[in-house]
Design a protein around this ligand. Structure first.
Ligand SMILES: Nc1nc2c(ncn2[C@@H]2O[C@H](COP(=O)(O)OP(=O)(O)OP(=O)(O)O)[C@@H](O)[C@H]2O)c(=O)[nH]1
Ligand SMILES: [Mg+2]
Length: 299
């Protein structure tokens, strides 16, 4: 048999660039929450893919932004710690946006590393591909990337090229995770992230950042016909009483929608029937309180 190989890849980039979408696409499972709102990812998420002799370990990070509260300070620190941890860096950029200051800062912090791949995402948004090429050359002036690959996660375009580029940096070494493992995220975290993703999708813009989800209880039982059911009880925390009302919605309609969309996704992910119960609680100003951030597992 060929020698075992591994490669650790940290995925970085501005908020909303499509880092978590790319992670999910490369792994082939939705292990990380994705949403149209920036700052969806709050803590690092490890995704594992083993193909043949090579184990790929991906570390998804929060989008690089200016820290505005204690939670985002933790998020920004997570990015630099994760970059330091792995040799290969996959920078995901949004081809439809101007290069931001935060992005420039992020790139300057890579100072001199050689294993940096740039994936220029969302090229599906361009009819005129010459605009993509112009963007490519703008980025190539900022850093000596090992490779620059235009991709579209949505259209699954260029993903094989990303894997090939990463493959070149795989080195002989052990598989640190079991070959059938997809993520180091504990089940409870994945469950909470799926529920938070649905809440982010369905709620108005001003609330999502103030939301955290914790899983209070998990239990398995058989229903009358003998089919296994996973019972999940979750609490959705928000920062204000007025937000609580919005999360619950008229006659509980919003909470019902969040719950039923989350349940469907949970059933697909865990491949088991799910009964989900969600409560809503207020914890004022949690994003600025260390103890609560710790409590939500975001430190
Ligand atoms: N048009 C288009 N949209 C995309 C593509 N890839 C991702 N998106 C969308 O971009 C948005 C952000 O995606 P995420 O994967 O959550 O982005 P992220 O970089 O992880 O964001 P943060 O975790 O907030 O830093 C979502 O609405 C995705 O559906 C793409 O190739 N094309
Ligand atoms: Mg993300």
């Amino acid at each position: 048999m060929a020698e075992a190989k591994n490669v650790f890849v940290t995925i970085i980039g501005r908020p909303n660039a499509g880092k978590s979408s790319l992670l999910n696409a490369l792994i082939g499972e939705r292990i990380a929450a994705v949403s149209s709102k920036p700052q969806t990812t709050r803590t690092k998420i490890t995704g594992v893919l083993t193909r043949g002799e090579t184990q790929y370990v991906f570390i998804d990070t929060p989008g690089m932004h200016k820290a505005k509260n204690k939670l985002s300070e933790h998020m920004v620190k997570t990015i630099s710690d994760s970059v330091a941890e792995s040799e290969t860096v996959l920078l995901v950029a949004d081809a439809s946006k101007e290069i931001s200051d935060a992005e420039r800062r992020l790139i300057s912090e890579l100072s001199g590393r050689t294993h940096v791949i740039l994936a220029l995402n969302k090229i599906d948004l361009f009819e005129d591909k010459s605009q993509v090429i112009a963007k490519l050359s703008e980025y190539s002036k900022l850093y000596d990337f090992a490779e620059i690959i235009p991709i579209s996660v949505v259209e699954k375009d260029g993903l094989d090229l990303v894997m090939e580029a990463i493959d070149k940096f795989a080195a002989e070494g052990p598989h640190y995770f079991p070959d059938d493992m997809l993520t180091d995220q504990p089940e409870k975290v994945i469950m909470a992230e799926i529920i938070r993703e649905k809440a982010l999708d369905l709620l108005r813009d001003e609330i999502p950042h103030g939301i955290a989800v914790t899983i209070e209880r998990i239990g398995e039982r058989d229903d009358r016909s003998g089919e296994a059911i996973l019972d999940i009880e979750a609490t959705i925390y928000c920062e204000r009483d007025s937000h609580k009302g919005i999360v619950i919605g008229k006659g509980g309609s919003m909470l019902k929608r969040i719950g039923s969309e989350a349940r469907e996704e949970l059933e697909t992910f865990f491949r088991i029937k799910v009964a989900l119960q969600c409560w809503v609680k207020v914890k004022e100003g949690w994003r600025n309180r260390e103890a609560l951030i710790k409590n939500f597992g975001l430190d």
